[in-house]
Write a protein that binds this ligand. Structure first.
Ligand SMILES: Cc1cc2nc3c(=O)[nH]c(=O)nc-3n(C[C@H](O)[C@H](O)[C@H](O)COP(=O)(O)OP(=O)(O)OC[C@H]3O[C@@H](n4cnc5c(N)ncnc54)[C@H](O)[C@@H]3O)c2cc1C
Length: 462
């Protein structure tokens, strides 16, 4: 169907006038990749309030050959929610019901549009925990977290969002509402379609609700921070934590350049070091006390300073300082091209040295931090956004970075997904037959190619 102004009328007929956005449509044209120049303009934006309404929109779009872009909180770092090809944006923000909450059974059944923070608070009010903790908790939605299989610092111990999803409700082509899995914690019947939808970045269907499993919340959480003379000794300390069998909740790192930018605002004394490691101990007060001293010992060998604060205010300030590192780097240095490659932890030191070398070859400044426990490196190449030549060099550096991650046994994206930003990169990482299977899966779910076109492509579109 040719996309015209009539489209809004057709959609209003399906979901009601108040569910078709007529003003401020541009706000749905970008996500957190806007700073790297990714932006589109949707043909229309709909805000369905129920799974049934989502199904009606998908059925209509599928029948008329209209592309759709599912949208959660728009915090994605891969451009997955950026509309291309005159798409209709299907924003899940009105699917906000908690359909069931059974604290005694440690589970919740929630709609896709609840934010991560809302789900975490729901759990916490009953002494439970929803462990996945991606950074933008007040904006990102459960549906978006499922679609990107979002992780966060605590994924080291607890896994990513998908590990907490026992069932999904989704609208798939040509507009049918299906459920795969449910409240039961184990289900091995059939191929794991639930897992296929998790991390599919809106390219196989639209998630409308999920059954989540929860855990009794740990009674205490405390950080241990160590400053190291250089990356090699810091990475050795991280490996010692694993080698000592310490089950820290998170294991993070910041390199020297990041500390130079953000270290002045480190709570307490400014941090000056060649490398910083941060770990979190959680559990009962006794477990936390034991783990803190084990972490201090493992991270402390050869370190110049070790902090293991217990004061609630200082702990909160350290957590919020770490959460703000990315924004501090952006604010102080202007533009940056940030990637999210991952490598096995025992290759982290090598990777850190290579990232510096890559930046040096392209005459760029770089800094890196990340979720060391999962080997995720947020490597940033700092740029002046008005300098085209520098931007080109940053993209060349990113390409080298992807090659490095693959060579070290890792991945081009350990956290944010392929989206639009890394479309086509999968073929560099996977064997040809696996790439074919990836493409066949897409065709089986979406024969007309209307769910989030141009995203999560295994090879560049021709
Ligand atoms: C400050 C900050 C910190 C962050 N920290 C982390 C972190 O620690 N770990 C991490 O993994 N990520 C992190 N992110 C990235 C981002 O928050 C996650 O990818 C998040 O899960 C995206 O959720 P969203 O609701 O904003 O999705 P969106 O950005 O709206 O969409 C992301 C993708 O999911 C698809 N999608 C959204 N909702 C649905 C749905 N209901 N059904 C099907 N497809 C859907 C979209 O089409 C798109 O492809 C961070 C982002 C910011 C801005």
């Amino acid at each position: 169907m040719e996309l015209t102004g009539e489209l809004a009328g057709e959609l209003a007929h399906l979901v009601g006038d108040d569910a078709v956005v007529t003003e401020g449509i541009a706000a749905y044209g970008a996500d957190s990749t806007e700073g790297r120049g990714l932006r589109g303009r949707p043909q229309a934006v709909v805000l369905p309030s129920s799974a049934g309404a989502v199904a009606r929109v998908v059925a209509w779009c599928y029948h008329h050959g209209v592309p759709m872009v599912p949208r959660g909180g728009g915090t994605g770092f891969a451009g997955g929610a950026v509309p291309t090809e005159d798409a209709v944006v299907v924003s899940l923000e009105r699917l906000r019901r908690v359909r069931a909450f059974d604290p005694l059974m440690w589970r919740a059944h929630v709609e896709a549009g609840l934010t991560t923070g809302e789900v975490q608070r729901l759990a916490r009010e009953s002494g439970l925990d929803f462990p996945p903790n991606p950074g933008a908790a007040e904006q990102s939605q459960i549906g978006g977290n499922i679609a990107t299989n979002a992780g966060g610092p605590r994924s080291f111990k607890y896994g990513a969002t998908g590990d907490w999803v026992t069932g999904l409700e989704a609208v798939v082509a040509p507009g049918e509402l299906i459920t795969v899995g449910g409240p039961a914690r184990r289900d091995v019947a059939g191929y794991d379609l639930r897992r296929l939808l998790i991390g599919s970045e809106g390219t196989l269907g639209i998630v409308t609700a999920a059954w989540l499993r929860l855990l009794p919340a740990p009674e205490a959480r405390l950080p241990v921070v160590a400053l190291h003379p250089d990356a090699a000794s810091g990475c050795a300390a991280l490996e010692r934590v694993l080698g000592s069998g310490i089950r820290a909740a998170s294991l993070e790192f910041l390199d020297e350049a990041t500390i130079a930018i953000a270290g002045h605002s480190f709570p307490g004394d400014a941090a000056v070091a060649g490398f910083m490691t941060l770990a979190e101990a959680d559990g009962s007060p006794e477990e936390v006390a034991r783990m803190r001293s084990e972490l201090a010992e493992a991270l402390g060998e050869g370190a110049t300073r070790v902090l293991s604060p217990t004061d609630t205010d200082q702990v909160a300030r350290i957590v919020s300082w770490r959460d703000g590192v990315s924004l501090t780097v952006s604010a102080q240095r202007g533009g940056k091209l940030s990637e999210d490659v991952a490598v096995p932890l025992d290759r982290l030191a090598e990777a850190m040295a290579e990232v510096k070398a890559i930046a040096g070859r392209q005459r760029l400044e770089t800094c890196a931090w990340g979720h060391a426990g999962d080997g995720i490196i947020h490597a940033s190449f700092l740029v002046d956004r008005t300098n085209e030549a520098q931007l080109d060099r940053a993209h060349a550096a990113a390409a080298d970075l992807f090659g490095l991650a693959i060579r070290l046994g890792g991945t081009v994206t350990g956290e944010h997904g392929i989206g639009l930003a890394k479309a086509g990169r999968l073929q560099e990482q996977w064997p040809a037959r696996a790439v074919e299977l990836h493409e066949q899966v897409k065709r089986v779910f979406d024969p007309k190619g209307l769910f989030n076109p141009g995203k999560k492509l295994a090879r560049p579109s021709s």
